[in-house]
Design a protein around this ligand. Structure first.
Ligand code: GLU
Length: 376
């Protein structure tokens, strides 16, 4: 069981080898069939994000750079020329299903620097709530070697983590993980399910590395991606992408390797807020707000008495009672100066005071209560 049918949010990574044909142009036949597959899943109320490679491969042909290995600036030029061709191909594929798609180009900082992460997450959340299919790629044109994800398997895992996906599907040219390289070793056995990624499992990826010509990711990068996803509460499914409807095939029980998550997305997120971020300041709240936060409600400006420390929008802060006791930690939607200005204000008075509103000071989704801090 891939868990696909029950998932709320699904990230599907599509590699260059699937959507760029041997002639260097987009394989519209495959793309149309895949778009129908996505539309079917979407129609059941599930949210789908596509992480799509192919910009460099398509750009090579556009710029007549097909035959040789590229320098970094040439690769970036090819990505710039190819990304628009890539989006055109996706738009044409989704159009018959009346699905809009939207281009999202990310760099590693967008998923690792918290403020940018929050912005990217808010944009992607909004796209999903509008029924749009985000089509995500690395912003190859501007990244430098040091700040690249480098492969879209890892990018897809970071996206899955960022948006709290339940399932990450890595469409590949192999139908999963084997105990050894199946092309060389007749005794290689397929592994259906991995409960936990151990060094032994990772060692298997070395032999079964696909060495595909066009994409950058082999089995080792797929397992590195699965490790990120697992810790974020997301299952990873590695399966063949070449068939026309790979998602339907998965649901029908086609061969795949499922790597199980080690937690739930919500618990992983709360543990991250509670444990991995050094708080930059504190919000001192009244008893009413303290009680609301303990019940899992958002922290409203009306209940904030005082702001301590210096922090930016998106930073982790401690929420504490007037006696100084820690109630929770959370990510603030206002910097310290603005939070100070709206202390005690009702929600509809925030905009007149600041000229904008970002809603509650800390949203319930971004809160981790003190007593659950060390779980997960
Ligand atoms: N971002 C690259 C592209 O669009 C592909 C990277 C990868 O396939 O892992 O061509």
């Amino acid at each position: 069981m891939s868990g696909l049918a029950a998932a709320r949010r699904i990230v599907v990574k599509v590699g260059s080898a699937l959507l760029v044909g041997a002639d260097g142009t987009a394989d519209s036949h495959w793309l149309h069939a895949f778009a129908a597959d996505v539309a079917r899943v979407r129609a059941r109320g599930q949210q789908v994000l596509v992480v799509s490679s192919g910009a460099v491969a398509l750009g090579r042909r556009r710029l007549s750079l097909a035959k040789r290995s590229l320098t970094m600036p040439e690769k970036q030029a090819a990505a710039a020329a190819g990304q628009s061709a890539l989006m055109r191909a996706w738009e044409e594929a989704f159009e018959p299903h009346h699905l809009a798609c939207a281009q999202v180009l990310l760099t590693r900082d967008d998923t690792e620097v918290r403020r940018r992460w929050l912005n990217a997450r808010a944009t992607v959340d909004t796209l999903l709530s509008l029924g749009v299919i985000p089509v995500i790629n690395e912003n190859d044109t501007v990244v430098t070697e040091e700040i690249r994800y480098g492969d879209n398997d890892r990018l897809a895992a970071r996206v899955a983590q960022m948006i709290g996906a339940d399932v990450l599907v890595l469409l590949s040219d192999v139908d999963g993980l084997y105990t050894a390289d199946p092309r060389r070793d007749p005794n290689a056995r397929h592994i259906d399910r991995v409960a936990r990624l151990t060094p032994e499992i990772e060692a298997m990826a070395g032999g079964a590395n696909t060495g595909a010509g066009m994409g950058t990711g082999g089995m080792a990068t797929k397992l590195a991606a699965a490790l990120i996803a697992s810790a974020a509460g997301c299952a990873t499914v590695i399966t063949l992408g070449h068939r026309p409807s790979p998602l339907a095939a998965l649901e029908a029980g086609e061969r795949a390797t499922v790597i199980e998550p080690s937690t739930t997305p919500a618990a992983a997120y709360k543990a991250w807020i509670a444990g991995s971020l050094a708080p930059a300041g504190a919000l001192v709240v009244d008893d009413g707000a303290a009680a609301a936060v303990r019940k899992g409600k958002s922290l409203l400006a009306a209940g904030v008495r005082r702001v301590e420390g210096r922090f930016d929008k998106g930073d982790a802060v401690v929420i504490q009672g007037e006696d100084g006791a820690e109630i929770a930690r959370g990510l603030t939607r206002y910097d310290a100066a603005d939070a100070g200005r709206i202390c005690g204000l009702k929600s509809d008075a925030i905009e007149p005071a600041l000229g904008y509103t970002a809603g509650p000071v800390v949203h319930a989704d971004d809160l981790a209560l003190a007593q659950v801090r060390h779980s997960g």
